[in-house]
Design a protein around this ligand. Structure first.
Ligand code: ADP
Length: 659
């Protein structure tokens, strides 16, 4: 007996015992796997001449034995070798899925998923694994998989009770493909597993969950018909019935994307999505498109509710499935979807594309490019509508995928901003919720002409940053940006032209986007500036001493013109803000060549601490001035959520001060 890997076992327990109340989906999962297996074989036949199969022969067969309490899902697809069985069915989520890093989950999180836990969260985690097959154990007390890989003459049987291990033994199978035989659990008071081993039970489930699977799902069904009467029979005698059996295709197989939106229920769309894209959750939105004219095609696209676990890994592949007249040409056609919408799942089907389209011709295919352009527009308008009409859903969407949009702007150096900028949401310090750039502008006071943002690691911390409270006090809103990509995105955007920005003379006005921590915002009056210069002059001795104390750390020390509660505040000159300098330094491979921030320390001369500084300086206590300057500098960094160079030294200085 081989043992399941520990992680697998944990998940298995979780799955079988707590997560799914909806046990019937096991059939959908097994049929999806069968359909994939058939697809894989068909696919291979397209690229490998030695694989000779006839597409019309490919099928999935569902059968049952009421007495033995078994349900069997068979396919004549690619099959599995002994190794495949071990690798694919011996480990849940064999495909690196357990690398939690990318998903933002950490491994200990698994232990938190308890039977009484939040079901939605559980499903979310489970949905990130390839656990489809294991759902068979929700209804089966044991499961036997007999498989023969295409091109091999051996068959193998994998068997397990789903508890802690499995066996793989030699077996017989007439030709390539796989049988999954689920031996149903005993009925309980709550659950009648036996209904799965009935004709009605199974045909209903196939129609409900797998209607659009592209291969025939066949079942031998028993039907009843009136017996033919012998010629001499009594005309008044009651008719007699007899049973006969017939192989029937249960699913409709008409591609769902060919049907008009109004003829398909949301539920059908959702089921198709879950079956075809192996998600356990309904999608957030369904987008369907039927184009006619020079280029005729149907597209069905989905916005998932959650990002897949590997979305942020470099192995993630975007793309839509590409069909030609209902036949799959390619699983993930990248050319159909721009990178900034890489979360979209779906299919495109066009009769105008040839079947043997190759990688190279794809890239130059102008038809494909035309489709891609149209799809991008459609996705954009769907998102814009969601943003305007259903903000709650849009905020959910943005939490999952906003980073992709922002990254799209940054990585294109702003070239995609016309498409993406009005889809962005940022947290407004004033309104305390996520708003669009248009909403920022609409809400701005009459004399405002710039969009202000602050970047850091948490919204709460940013909200308390002296410079932010200063700008707010002046009546302007500040967008609080707490994602790494935010500042880069804002820089790439540089400015934003609101949607209805046409001035009386027909021109449009762009609002520059300004980092409150990095730039002179031009919010001080001439008078205030002059005053500050005077005070700076008066205290030049003190400021020089502070500057010396902070040599290599700050570029200059000046009097602040902003009203704040803090004794000092750090701003920067030039393009590199404090936050950005920090991010750049954290990049893997960063060295001395990364640009440093040109830090300016602004001193609040209204603050009592300033008097203490002045006294120390007047008393000629250079050591004290130095200590104070260092403490103030480190403090200001901490307020911004940035690391300080030497925490120990900082602590020692503070304790010395207390003594
Ligand atoms: P997923 O389908 O999400 O990858 P599963 O646990 O359902 O995860 O299946 C694991 C793997 O087992 C599949 O990726 C596939 O390689 C293999 N497999 C499952 N069912 C079949 C089948 N009927 N024919 C061939 N391979 C299969």
């Amino acid at each position: 007996m081989r043992k399941f890997k520990t992680e697998s076992k944990k998940l298995l327990d979780l799955m079988i015992n707590s997560i799914y109340t909806n046990r019937e989906i096991f059939l959908r999962e097994l049929i999806s796997n069968a359909s994939d297996a058939v697809d894989k074989l068909y696919f291979r036949s397209l690229v490998d001449e030695t694989v000779k199969i006839n597409r019309a022969d490919l099928r999935i067969t569902v059968s049952f034995d009421a007495e033995a309490r078994t349900v069997t899902v068979s396919d004549n697809g690619i099959g599995m070798s002994k190794d495949d069985l071990d690798k694919n069915l011996g480990t849940i989520a064999h495909s690196d899925s357990l690398e939690f890093k990318q998903s933002g989950l950490d491994a200990p999180g698994l232990d938190d998923v308890s039977a009484d836990g939040d079901i939605a969260a559980d499903v979310d985690i489970i949905g990130q694994f390839g656990v489809g097959f294991y759902s068979a154990f929700m209804v089966g007390k044991d499961v036997r998989v007999v498989s023969r890989a295409y091109g091999s003459d051996e068959a193998w049987a994998w068997e397990s009770d789903g508890v802690d291990g499995y066996t793989i033994k030699e077996a017989e199978r007439a030709s390539h493909g796989t049988d999954v035989i689920v031996h149903l659990k005993d009925d309980t008071d709550d659950e009648s597993y036996g209904t799965f081993a009935t004709q009605h039970g199974l045909t209903d489930l196939i129609k409900k969950y797998s209607n659009y699977v592209r291969y025939p799902i066949q079942m031998e069904v028993t039907k009843s018909r009136m017996k033919e009467r012998p010629a001499d029979a009594d005309a008044d005698a009651a008719p007699e019935f007899e049973n006969y059996t017939e192989v029937e295709t249960i699913n409709s197989m008409v591609p769902i994307w060919k049907r008009k939106r109004q003829d398909v229920s949301d539920e059908e769309y959702n089921e198709f999505y879950k079956t075809d894209f192996h998600d356990f959750e309904d999608p957030l939105r369904t987008i369907s498109l039927h184009a006619e004219g020079t280029l005729t095609y149907d597209a069905l696209m989905y916005i998932p509710a959650h990002a897949p676990f590997d979305m942020w890994s470099k192995d993630y592949k975007r793309g839509l499935a590409l069909y030609s007249s209902g036949v799959l040409i390619m699983d993930k056609c990248e050319e159909l979807i721009p990178d900034h919408f890489n979360f979209i799942r779906g299919v495109v089907d066009s009769a105008d594309l040839t079947l043997n389209i190759s990688r190279e011709t794809l890239q130059q295919n102008s038809q494909l490019r035309a489709i891609a352009r149209r799809l991008e527009k459609k996705i954009k308008s769907e998102l814009a509508t969601m943003c305007a009409d259903d903000r709650e859903a849009y905020v959910t969407f943005f939490k999952e995928f906003g980073r992709t949009l922002k990254y799209g702007i940054y990585s294109s150096y702003g070239m995609t901003k016309d498409t993406l900028a009005d889809l962005l949401l940022f947290y407004s310090a004033r309104q305390q919720k996520m708003i669009t750039l248009d909403e920022y502008i609409a809400d701005a006071p009459g004399d405002a002409d710039a969009i202000y943002f602050a970047a850091g690691d948490s919204v709460e911390r940013l909200a308390n940053m002296p410079i932010v409270t200063t700008v707010l006090a002046k009546g302007y809103d500040v967008l609080l940006c707490d994602e790494n990509v935010d500042e880069f995105c804002m820089m790439a955007l540089a400015d934003y032209t609101p949607k209805d920005s046409t001035e009386p003379d027909g021109s449009t006005k762009a609002w520059p986007i300004k980092n409150v921590g990095a730039e002179d915002l031009g919010l001080t009056t001439e008078e205030e500036k002059k005053k500050a210069e005077e005070v700076t002059e008066e205290n030049s001795g003190l400021f020089d001493a502070m500057c010396d104390a902070l040599a290599g750390k700050v570029k200059k020390v000046v009097v602040s013109t902003r009203v704040t509660d803090a004794p000092v505040m750090l701003t920067t000159e030039g393009a590199v803000s404090l936050q950005m300098a920090h991010l750049l330094k954290e990049q893997p491979g960063a060295d001395e060549s990364v640009p440093e921030a040109q830090i300016v320390m602004e001193v609040n001369v209204e603050h009592p601490v300033f008097d203490v500084l002045k006294q120390a300086h007047a008393a000629g206590d250079a050591g004290k001035v130095k200590d104070y300057a260092m403490i103030l500098f480190d403090q200001a960094l901490l307020v911004e959520g940035l690391p300080i160079a030497d925490p120990l030294e900082f602590a020692q200085r503070v304790s010395a001060l207390m003594r």
